[in-house]
Design a protein around this ligand. Structure first.
Ligand code: SAH
Length: 355
């Protein structure tokens, strides 16, 4: 039975489901989910991410985290963590770039969180020699200083969508018509979690909520506020988004999110405001949300590209130049992608941010 047949059978029996429930099945169904069953990255895959575009991304993230570790007194034991590590490329670049920083590597307790057994196996392969261990929930992060990175993790968390109706909200749901999945709307009601969006929306506007995101940030922030550390949360999105940002991508092309459940990547823009609020409530500080282009420039991506360019000619040089552009140019990934930095209020902010 395909995942689509299973979802249709469930809806026929129990009624329409929320978009979050649909996304969870599509991405993480134990045997038929998108991430659970494949390696989706790269030119031959469905999409490409910043660490897969160039080693420079992970190197600069690594140096930013290491600078925070130095600024905060070089703890002799700390968690270096990544959530949603994909192929493990970003962490491999972080580790390579920091290997000459005295005392850093010997202090690392390397921890990864990923829901996909397929990708965990790839991560183990990429990170051979570094002894990572995997946890199933951020609640399992050890009680010690925490230096953490997440790239394109939060955009994969399930969202709910709501249409404004008067001062209430009608949830968008996935139902069935004939043999196909379709979108429908639930009856409108009052929703406390969206009270703050009554100020910047009007009738028929669509807003999104990502219920899983704030609790994850709260747990990470609690570790950092209590024990020290820093987190770099990189993703596409904005402080506060408006409208339908659900996106399905297959073989680098947009596709209908309801057409082939489990066969396409489903993501949504990250709303950073609720993440920043959760971080502050848990005792962390954060600099201004900063665009990826500015963040990487401040960390020295152009100098790094120039140094890498020295040994290169021909297509290798062209590839490096185009990777630098793609990561930083405003019309490419430079503006759409943002970084949120978390740190203890009594420490120096991580480098790279607009203050
Ligand atoms: N950071 C990587 C991969 C991004 S794709 C990169 O930049 O290339 C999203 C990653 O998050 C995948 O590794 C996927 O398996 C993982 N993931 C998605 N949803 C998850 C969840 N709910 N819990 C844990 N891991 C999840």
């Amino acid at each position: 039975m395909t995942l689509k047949d299973q979802i249709i059978a469930r809806i026929r029996q129990d009624g329409p489901i929320s978009l979050a429930s649909y996304m969870t099945d599509c991405l993480l169904h134990p045997t038929l989910g998108y991430y659970t069953t494949r390696d989706p990255f790269g030119v031959t895959g469905d999409f490409i991410t910043a660490p897969e575009i160039s080693q420079m991304f992970g190197e600069l993230i690594g140096l930013s985290l290491a600078q925070s570790w130095l600024d905060q007194g070089s703890a002799v034991r700390f968690t270096l963590a990544e959530i949603g590590p994909g192929r493990g490329t970003l962490m491999r670049d972080v580790l390579r770039a920091t290997r000459n920083i005295a005392g850093f590597h010997t202090a690392i307790d390397l921890v990864l969180l990923d829901a996909s057994p397929t990708l965990r196996a790839l991560q183990a392969d990429t990170l051979q020699g570094y002894a990572p261990r995997w946890i199933d929930s951020v609640a399992d992060l050890p009680n010690q200083p925490l230096y953490l990175v997440a790239n394109e993790f939060f955009d994969a968390l399930p969202i709910r969508q709501f249409l404004r109706v008067g001062s209430g909200w009608s949830e968008r749901r996935v139902g069935v018509q004939g043999k196909e999945l379709t979108f429908g709307q639930a009856a409108p009601g009052h929703l406390d979690a969206l009270a703050y969006r009554l100020e910047d929306t009007k009738d028929n506007d669509l807003v999104e909520l990502c219920p899983a995101a704030a609790p994850i940030i709260a747990t990470i922030s609690q570790r950092i506020a209590t024990h020290g550390g820093a987190a770099l949360i990189c993703d596409y999105g904005d402080w506060r988004s408006l409208g339908d940002t659900l996106q399905a991508v297959r073989s680098h092309e947009p596709t209908d999110p309801l057409a082939d459940p489990g066969q396409a990547d489903l993501t949504a823009h990250v709303d950073f405001e609720p993440l920043a609020n959760a971080a502050r409530a848990a005792g962390c500080a954060h600099p201004k949300l900063t665009t990826q282009g500015v963040f990487l420039e401040r960390l020295g991506i152009t100098a790094r590209a120039q140094s890498l360019a020295k040994g290169l000619t021909g297509t290798d040089l062209d590839a490096l130049v185009s990777a630098h552009r793609r990561l930083t140019r405003p019309e490419e990934m430079g503006n759409l992608f943002k970084t949120l930095g978390l740190y203890p209020p009594n420490a120096a902010p991580p480098p790279g941010f607009d203050l």
